[in-house]
Design a protein around this ligand. Structure first.
Ligand code: 5GP
Length: 178
C-alpha cells in the first residue's frame, strides 16, 4: 500500500513523515532526490542532494516513479523498493501525487495544512525563506488544496505535532482495514 503525505511548504510535513515511520516500523519512507541546495541546518538525509545535471541523467535513465519541477528545482521519487511487509510513504507535492495516480497506483492521500496562513508564513520565515518565497508558497498552497481535494485527500491540520501524527496514524489504520 502507498500513502502520500502532501501539503504546502512550511506545514511540517517532513517532520510528520519522519515521526510516522518512527512510530510504525512497517512504514518505509521513500527518500526523494532533489537538485535544490540543502538549506542551512537541514538534515543531510532529507533528500539525496544532486546537481541538476545528475538529476537530468537520472530522468533519462528512467530512475523515477515520478518527478516534478518546483520553483526551478527538480524533485523526484526513485522507483520504491520497500522491504517486504512494509507500506510505502511518499512525501511529495500534489503534482507528484497526480503522476503516481497516472501510473495506476492506488494510494491514500493525506494533505497537511497549517492552522492559519500566518502560522505557515512564520514557519517558512523561520527556516530562512525570503518574503517572495513565502508569498509564492502560500499562494501555491491554495492551488494544491484544490488538486488534493480532487484526489480525494484526507485533510489534517498540524496545530499540534503529536495530535497530527496520531490522527494520521488512525487514518492509515482505518485505510488498512478497508
Ligand atoms: P522543499 O524544497 O520545501 O523541500 O520541497 C518543495 C516541494 O517539493 C514540497 O511540496 C515537497 O513535498 C515536494 N517534494 C519533495 N520531494 C518530492 C518528490 O520526490 N516528488 C515530488 N513531486 N515532489 C516532491
Amino acid at each position: 500500500m502507498v500513502i502520500v503525505v502532501s501539503g504546502p511548504g512550511g506545514v511540517g510535513k517532513g517532520t510528520i513523515a519522519e515521526l510516522l515511520v518512527e512510530k510504525h516500523n512497517d512504514l518505509w519512507l521513500s527518500r526523494s532526490w532533489t537538485s535544490r541546495a540543502p538549506r542551512k541546518g537541514e538534515n543531510e538525509d532529507s533528500y539525496v542532494f544532486v546537481s541538476a545535471e545528475m538529476f537530468k541523467e537520472a530522468i533519462d535513465g528512467d530512475s523515477f516513479l515520478e518527478w516534478a519541477e518546483f520553483h526551478g528545482n527538480f524533485y523526484g521519487t526513485p522507483w520504491p523498493v520497500a522491504p517486504d511487509g512494509h507500506d510505502v510513504l511518499l512525501e511529495i507535492d500534489v503534482q507528484g501525487a497526480l503522476s503516481v495516480q497516472a501510473h495506476g497506483i492506488d494510494f491514500l492521500m493525506v494533505f497537511i495544512d497549517a492552522p492559519t496562513k500566518e502560522d505557515q508564513a512564520e514557519r517558512l520565515r523561520g527556516r530562512g525563506d525570503g518574503e517572495d518565497e513565502v508569498h509564492r508558497r502560500i499562494a501555491e498552497g491554495e492551488r494544491e488544496r484544490k488538486v488534493a481535494s480532487g484526489l480525494g485527500a484526507v485533510f489534517v491540520t498540524n496545530d499540534n505535532l503529536g495530535n497530527a501524527v496520531d490522527e494520521i496514524s488512525a487514518i492509515i489504520s482505518a485505510y488498512r482495514r478497508k
